[in-house]
Structure formats: structure tokens, C-alpha cells
Design a protein around this ligand. Structure first.
Ligand code: AMP
Ligand code: ZN
Ligand code: FE
Ligand code: FE
Length: 289
């Protein structure tokens, strides 16, 4: 495929979070808003789960509006924390389900550890954090839920203030989540018939160290499908770097808002994936029924 070097003006938003992870809004709300805004379609991509897919499928049918099914998978490569978007995989695949379950367990243990550290200085409790999970045990827990508890306690104004201060990855209260490697995730997604794209690979605000060109090229050689170039975290320099790799390695170029509802300033549809690339993802992926 020839690669467009400017962000698409129309198309699909392929990176959105709901209450099944750390988004603040329901699956219904996401899909209704996408339709209302005139996006050509939308993907649900909650962290380390496909728990929202069934509802998404029902809403998609009810509104006659196209949805892509995805997950943003937590991974690591050396000291680099990496998010990998997996689309249209078989949600019944045992290996991938086990991988998600393990990461969600690690997320609970890690969040508990962070709350324990925070509780030395702030009146925060684990129960309070659990209460922020709108789908109970079906919610993939994370730092945003800790942030919401801190907002409730009046320690910070909003999630962004919490992320800029006490729950930041450089804070003394921060604990990382042990995660599978990028290679393990890629292998599992491909074995489950999915399409695998590295999310916000050039986000220097999120990561002190990014995956370098040879690490991305190695993943491309192992079967990686694409790179999420159109994302607010990637600056112009990083976009050009990623586009160059995509061109040389024949990778798909995607875009998405990383919408979290009221939890993040990102606006639904602020970054998009063109229709041709979306068609290619559906063609390569597994059909969720
Ligand atoms: P965790 O995965 O638990 O380390 O938490 C990081 C996640 O919080 C990322 O996926 C971010 O997208 C998400 N997040 C939600 N709201 C914010 C915010 N206001 N600032 C930064 N990250 C946020
Ligand atoms: Zn998130
Ligand atoms: Fe992410
Ligand atoms: Fe995300």
C-alpha cells in the first residue's frame, strides 16, 4: 500500500477507551458519539480486555453503525513500556485470554502496592480505588482509578493533575506493571488471527526511552502489521521517523484519539485512520461474530 504522509481528514477513530478500562464513558456513549460526529466508524480498544466487545456488537447492530473490535495490550521491551493495539482477533483464543488475565492480575497487585505507598502520606484506601471501577471486576484497573480516588479525596483537581504529580512514572509512589514482552504479545495476537499495531510509538512525554528503529524493524520482521502514527503524543519528528519505517517495512499507518471520555483532554475523532487502511485491517483480521 502507498502511504499517505498527512493525517486523514475523514475515517475511523481506532483508539478509544470505555468504562471497561480507564475511560469514563460507557460503550454505548462512545459509539453514539462517533456516529453523531460523523466518523466513518470507531474501534473500542480498552486496556488488556475484550470485555466491552459484546455490548459494542449489540450497539453497533442497533445503530447500524460500524465498529472495529480491539484491545490496547500492555507490553514491555527491556526498560521501555509499550502499548500494542490488537484488532479483530479471536476473543475466544486461550493463549491471549490467559495473557490478559495475567496482566490484569499484575495490574491489581501493582495498583494495591501504589495505594499502600500513597496511604503513608494521603488518606487513600484500596476500597476507595476499587469503587472507581464502573464495571467492577470486569474493569481493567489502572492509575486513572487511583487518580479518581485522589480527586474524590480533594488531593488533586482532576486526573491530569494526578498524572502530572503524585502518580507520575517519576513519582516515588509509582510502581510499574510487570508485562509480557512485545514479541510475546505480537506472537499471541497473530496466533489469535489479529492485526497488531504499536500505539503512540513516538510519545516522548509518556516514555523517557522509545523503541528505536531497529527494535521496530525487528517487530516488523516478526509480523507486526502497523504503526499508530496519527496520535497527539507523536510530534512531527517522531511522525516522520515512524512514517519512514512504515514505508520501508510496508506497515499500515493508523491513527486514533486515545479518547478516555472526561478522563483526558483528548477529543473523540481528533486523529483518524483512513478507510482504505481500515478495510485492510478487516481483511487481515478475524471476524468477530
Ligand atoms: P497505567 O496503565 O495504570 O500505568 O495508567 C496509564 C494510563 O492512564 C494510560 O493508558 C493513559 O492513557 C491513562 N490516562 C487516563 N487519563 C490520563 C491523564 N489525564 N493523563 C495521563 N494519562 C491518562
Ligand atoms: Zn488508558
Ligand atoms: Fe496507551
Ligand atoms: Fe490508550
Amino acid at each position: 500500500m502507498t502511504i499517505a504522509v498527512t493525517p486523514p481528514a475523514v475515517g475511523w477513530d481506532l483508539h478509544c477507551h470505555t468504562v471497561f478500562s480507564d475511560g469514563t464513558q460507557s460503550v454505548e456513549y462512545l459509539i453514539q458519539e462517533a456516529q453523531l460526529f460523523g466518523l466513518h466508524g470507531v474501534a473500542i480498544s480498552d486496556h488488556d480486555t475484550s470485555a466491552g466487545w459484546q455490548i459494542a456488537k449489540a450497539v453497533s447492530a442497533k445503530l447500524s453503525y460500524p465498529v472495529m473490535y480491539g484491545t490496547e495490550i500492555t507490553a514491555e521491551e527491556g526498560c521501555v513500556s509499550v502499548h500494542m493495539l490488537a484488532y479483530q482477533y479471536d476473543s475466544m483464543n486461550v493463549e491471549l485470554s490467559n495473557l490478559f488475565q495475567k496482566t490484569r492480575q499484575e495490574r491489581i497487585a501493582r495498583s494495591q502496592h501504589m495505594v499502600e505507598l500513597l496511604s503513608r502520606d494521603y488518606p487513600i484506601s484500596w476500597e476507595q480505588v476499587v469503587q472507581q471501577c464502573k464495571e467492577g471486576a470486569n474493569t481493567t484497573i489502572g492509575r486513572p482509578h487511583i487518580a479518581d480516588a485522589l480527586v474524590q479525596l480533594g488531593v488533586v483537581e482532576n486526573r491530569s493533575e494526578a498524572f502530572d504529580t503524585i502518580i507520575n512514572s517519576r513519582s516515588k509512589y509509582y510502581v510499574p506493571t510487570p508485562s509480557p514482552t512485545t514479541h510475546e504479545v505480537l506472537q499471541a495476537v497473530k496466533a489469535a488471527g489479529g492485526v497488531c499495531v504499536i500505539a503512540h510509538a513516538g510519545d516522548i512525554r509518556r516514555n523517557k526511552v522509545l523503541l528505536n528503529n531497529s527494535q521496530l524493524e525487528q517487530l516488523a520482521d516478526e509480523g507486526l502489521d502497523g504503526l499508530e502514527v496519527w496520535h497527539r503524543g507523536n510530534d512531527q519528528f517522531q511522525r516522520e521517523r515512524l512514517l519512514d519505517i512504515a514505508q520501508r517495512k510496508n506497515l499500515l499507518v493508523t491513527g486514533g484519539s486515545d479518547w478516555h471520555g472526561k478522563g483526558k483532554p483528548n477529543k473523540l475523532g481528533e486523529n483518524l485512520t483512513d478507510d482504505k487502511t481500515v478495510r485492510e485491517i478487516f481483511k487481515r483480521g478475524f471476524m468477530y461474530t
